[in-house]
Write a protein that binds this ligand. Structure first.
Ligand SMILES: O=C(O)C(=O)Cc1ccccc1
Length: 185
C-alpha cells in the first residue's frame, strides 16, 4: 500500500502540484478543503504527513500555516518551492468587463493585486480556502463569475481562460512545507 499524505485541495491546487513534484506518483494524496484541516489530519488521522503552502515571494507568509505550525504538534520535514502563474478563469467565454464576482484563496488575491486594481476595480472579491474550491464556487455562482487559479485547474475543469500570468511579478515563488507529526519526547 502506498503512503498517504494530506494536502490542500483535491486535484489541481498549487499544493497538489507541489506535492506531486515532491513525492512523485508513489504516494496517495488525501485532498482536504483548508489548511487547518491538513494540520488536523496530520496529527489525528494516521496519514504519513502533509503539505501546505507557507510563504510567497510577493505576498509573504500564509497566516493559517503560521498558526498551524505554532499550534499543532508537527515538525517540518522538508520543503519545495514552485514558481506559480495565476489565471483568471470563467465557466464560459466571458469578456473581462463583464466579470463582477471573483473567487480565490485570500493570499492569491494579494499576489495579483495590481492586475485586479487595474483591470477589475469594480469586482467583488470572495476569499475561499483554496483555488480549486474557488473554481467550483465560480461554476455555481452565475455567468458573470470568475476564479483565480492554475492553468492545470483550467484544463481539468474545462474553464475558459480570460487572462493568464496575472500575478504582480513573473518570478512568483511559493514555498511549501512537508509536515509530519512530532515524535513524543
Ligand atoms: O489554493 C491553492 O491552490 C493553494 O495551493 C494555496 C496557495 C496559497 C497561496 C499561495 C500558493 C498556494
Amino acid at each position: 500500500m502506498k503512503p498517504v499524505y494530506a494536502v490542500l485541495g483535491s486535484r489541481c491546487t498549487f499544493t497538489v502540484e507541489a506535492a506531486r513534484c515532491y513525492w512523485g506518483d508513489g504516494v496517495d494524496l488525501l485532498g482536504l478543503k483548508s489548511i487547518p484541516e491538513v494540520f488536523e489530519s496530520v496529527v489525528q488521522s494516521g496519514v504519513s504527513g502533509g503539505m501546505v503552502p507557507v510563504e510567497n515571494s510577493i505576498a509573504g507568509r500564509i497566516p493559517e500555516t503560521e498558526a498551524g505550525l505554532r499550534e499543532f504538534p508537527v515538525v517540518v520535514a522538508g520543503e519545495i518551492c514552485l514558481t506559480i502563474q495565476h489565471c483568471l478563469l470563467s465557466t464560459k467565454p466571458l469578456a473581462i468587463d463583464r466579470v463582477n464576482l471573483v473567487f480565490s484563496q485570500a493570499q492569491v488575491f494579494a499576489q495579483c493585486r495590481r492586475f485586479l486594481r487595474e483591470h477589475l476595480p469594480w469586482v467583488t472579491l470572495v476569499a475561499v480556502a483554496n483555488t480549486e474550491l474557488a473554481i467550483q464556487m465560480a461554476r455555481h455562482a452565475g455567468e458573470n463569475s470568475a476564479a483565480v487559479g492554475s492553468a492545470l485547474a483550467a484544463d481539468i475543469y474545462g474553464m475558459h481562460v480570460i487572462a493568464k500570468g496575472i500575478q504582480d511579478s513573473d518570478s512568483n515563488v511559493t514555498r511549501f512545507v512537508h509536515i509530519k507529526p512530532r515524535e513524543p519526547q
